[in-house]
Design a protein around this ligand. Structure first.
Ligand SMILES: [Zn+2]
Ligand SMILES: [Zn+2]
Length: 256
């Protein structure tokens, strides 16, 4: 089963359409206001950056936002302080909350594929916001979908985002660099405890590419505990990749 809803041949006309859309007035994908380029309007972009900054506290490593309570003194959350860093850095486009979470739902559940380049641009902005400088030979890969999810949805959201992001950043794109080691047991990730997730994740991935890039940028859609991204990064490092960066669309925050 393919990761993509549109094959490479059918993707080129989509890119052409995106290019065309960039030059005409369009409605904002979030508020329906006037904008250009098929993405967010200037008001929604300002609101997005404002919300990202206006949190009580944010862990500098895993980017978890604390939305209430007393701001911590440490720069990292306890979970990050207790575990060795696997990713060089993680960039997060937004916190998984209203109203931006609706874009993820529309993209993943309603198959609004036209949102993929919009969301990939937001990930690119997140990387710029964090001031990364990655080497030009960086390769972009994505977290593979579980077979049941792929069957249900028909495409892998992370893969769609990754191929647009690679194009925006001018990096190479690795198709199917990571695969799933285990057969899908039907026990969805969301029903597992954190400990079960970690155990599952450590044995979940297999490196499938004959190439070994020096720097890998791993793409996923939603970051919950980080165990998936961490395990995928560990798999890449075990196969000779020198450094792994991560970028996700949304990070689940702490609401207190
Ligand atoms: Zn708007
Ligand atoms: Zn953290």
């Amino acid at each position: 089963m393919a990761d993509f809803l549109f094959s490479s041949e059918r993707w080129s006309p989509l890119l052409w359409l995106d290019g065309l859309r960039a030059q005409i007035p369009t409605a904002c994908v979030l508020c329906n206001g006037r904008t250009q380029g098929g993405g967010l309007c200037t008001g929604c972009i300002a609101d997005w950056h404002y919300r990202y900054k206006q949190v009580r506290w944010r862990c500098q490593r895993c980017k978890v936002a604390q939305l209430g309570g007393v701001a911590r003194a440490a720069s990292q959350c306890q979970s990050c302080l207790d575990s060795p860093a696997v990713l060089q850095q993680l960039a997060v486009a937004f916190d998984y909350m209203m109203p931006l979470d609706s874009l993820i739902w529309r993209f993943k559940a309603r198959h609004q594929l036209r949102l993929a380049p919009v969301l990939a641009r937001m990930m690119q902005q997140a990387i710029l916001r964090d001031g990364w400088s990655l080497p030009p030979d960086t390769q972009v890969a994505y977290i593979p979908s579980r077979p049941s999810a792929l069957q249900k949805r028909g495409f892998n959201p992370a893969a769609e985002l990754a191929r647009y992001l690679a194009r925006l950043l001018g990096y190479g794109f690795m198709y199917g660099a990571l695969g799933l080691q285990q057969q899908d047991d039907g026990n969805a990730q969301k029903h597992r405890t954190q400990q079960q997730r970690r155990h599952y994740a450590q044995h979940a991935f297999v490196w499938q590419s004959a190439r070994t890039p020096s720097t890998l940028l791993l793409v996923d859609d939603v970051f919950t505990t980080g165990s998936t991204l961490q395990a995928a990064a560990q798999c890449a490092l075990a196969h000779g990749v020198s450094q792994v960066y991560g970028v996700v669309l949304a990070r689940v925050p702490w609401i207190m």
